[in-house]
Design a binder for this molecule. Structure first.
Ligand SMILES: Cc1ncc(COP(=O)(O)O)c(C=O)c1O
Length: 423
């Protein structure tokens, strides 16, 4: 019998994978804390939390138990005209902790659909109010997902190139990197002054897929403040930044101005199962609450609010809100800081940046791009060290599960130092 890796080659098409260059996938048979274990018994440190989803380690017993209990009682039911305890309890608990004290939770399936819902809510909100506000504004190089609406509000890039003609128009403002904040804020204000902006969408503090590009809370607050001033809705895409990644529970906790909508996924279930959330204010909900049925939100997915998945999310919240998890995050933040100091002056490094538990190392190059040749070299090097790091072009980053130990972190740092020495 061929092994899983060989059988995979016959039947599977992998995401974000050039299938000709990368025909082989590593077949994982077990997850255990920060470790992924393959069919040959190799153990890999998951230093990027499996595409930024895992919070507490793989196959966490508390999440596994709650999922199994729920699956045995009610695995799924339709969510139009019906409801259930896990969905209601999860909404109650999320509304208690989300920035800006939103009032309602709309469930979907993943980060992209959470963005689709937020986009549709914001466009229909103004439509329901009889106001002509149809323009969406986003940040250059943003990433909000792979469905068409989410792609439209994402930066135009190699990801979207084949679809450009099919994406609706969105106004993009420059990324507010160091030294560019004022220009970016001014660009937003110029657009808002035209009075037709329905919503501004942004990944707060860290643009993940762009290469962990970071900007200040003061700038984010200035963006949101301007949206309030000119009466445009604010969508905070906390799909990657949510649930403690940036140091605070949510990135928007670091600023004063509250968003009108927050999108969540990834860490929402501790990374165990897919779930999307779009949280919104009472004011938005009220614009759809009408005797006129054409004003309802025309959106829903078959698996909306799947009870088994909601149980995973509730179990993850139990773990996330424990003091021990807060302490682990603080420990990672401190360790990253100390590590950053030891490498930041290396001749091959353009910048080391950190926001909370996320640290990114950008290597010097004249030609930064997603498919930069350094990418495969770095990926292979770290896989040979049994570390899962998925560089974004010339950027490597660590975004570990919070259960990573000091020793495991130290091993990853030492491997990065070793890579630097051979440059
Ligand atoms: C900020 C952000 N929004 C949305 C998404 C899309 O999420 P999903 O892959 O679950 O559709 C991602 C995925 O990386 C993301 O980083």
């Amino acid at each position: 019998m061929p092994n899983i890796r060989e059988r995979d080659r016959e039947v599977i098409w992998h995401p974000y994978t050039p299938m000709k260059a990368w025909p082989e996938a590593i077949a994982i048979v077990k997850g255990e804390g920060v470790w992924l274990i393959d069919e040959d018994g190799n153990r890999y440190i998951d230093a990027i939390s499996s595409w930024w989803v895992n919070l507490h380690g793989h196959s966490h017993p508390h999440i596994a138990q709650k999922v199994s209990e729920q699956a045995a009682v009610l695995e799924h039911c339709i969510f139009a005209g019906f409801t259930h305890e896990p969905a209601v309890r999860l909404a109650e608990r999320l509304l208690e902790i989300l920035p800006g004290k939103p009032s309602k939770i709309f469930y979907s399936d993943n980060g992209s659909t959470a963005a689709e819902v937020a986009i549709k809510m914001s466009l229909q909100y103004w439509n329901n109010k009889g106001l002509k506000k149809k323009r969406l504004v986003a940040l250059q190089n943003a990433y909000h997902g792979d469905t068409f609406g989410a792609m439209a509000v994402s930066g135009r890039s190699v990801f979207t190139e084949a679809f450009t003609d099919f994406l609706f128009d969105v106004a993009f403002i420059p990324f507010p990197g160091t030294g560019n904040e004022a220009a970016s804020i001014a660009a937003l204000e110029t657009l808002l002054q035209q009075g037709d902006v329905a919503a501004f969408i942004a990944e707060p503090l860290v643009q993940g897929s762009a290469g962990m590009c970071m900007y200040s809370p003061a700038t984010l607050d200035a963006f949101f403040g301007l949206c309030k001033k000119y009466n445009a809705l604010i969508i905070a895409d906390e799909v990657m930044t949510g649930f403690g990644r940036t140091g605070s529970l949510f990135a928007c906790d670091q600023i004063r101005t509250a968003p009108d909508m927050v999108t969540l996924s990834k860490g929402l279930t501790g990374g165990a199962m897919p779930l999307g959330v779009t949280a919104c204010s009472q004011e938005i909900f009220d614009a759809f609450y009408d005797d006129d049925r054409t004003k309802m939100l025309y959106h829903g997915h078959s698996f909306t609010a799947n009870p088994t998945i909601c149980a995973a999310a509730l179990a993850s919240l139990d773990l996330l809100l424990q003091d021990s998890c807060t302490e682990s995050r603080a420990r990672i933040v401190k360790a990253h800081k100390a590590f950053a100091q030891t490498i930041s002056t290396h001749r091959a490094i353009a910048e080391v940046r950190q926001t909370g538990t996320i640290i990114a190392i950008e290597f010097k190059t004249d030609t930064p791009s997603y498919h930069h040749s350094m990418r495969d070299v770095m990926y292979r090097f770290f896989i040979s060290k049994k570390i899962v790091l998925r560089p974004i072009g010339n950027v490597i980053y660590l975004l570990p599960p919070y259960c990573i130990s000091n020793e495991e972190l130290e091993y990853v740092y030492a491997s990065i130092r070793e890579f630097l020495e051979q440059l």
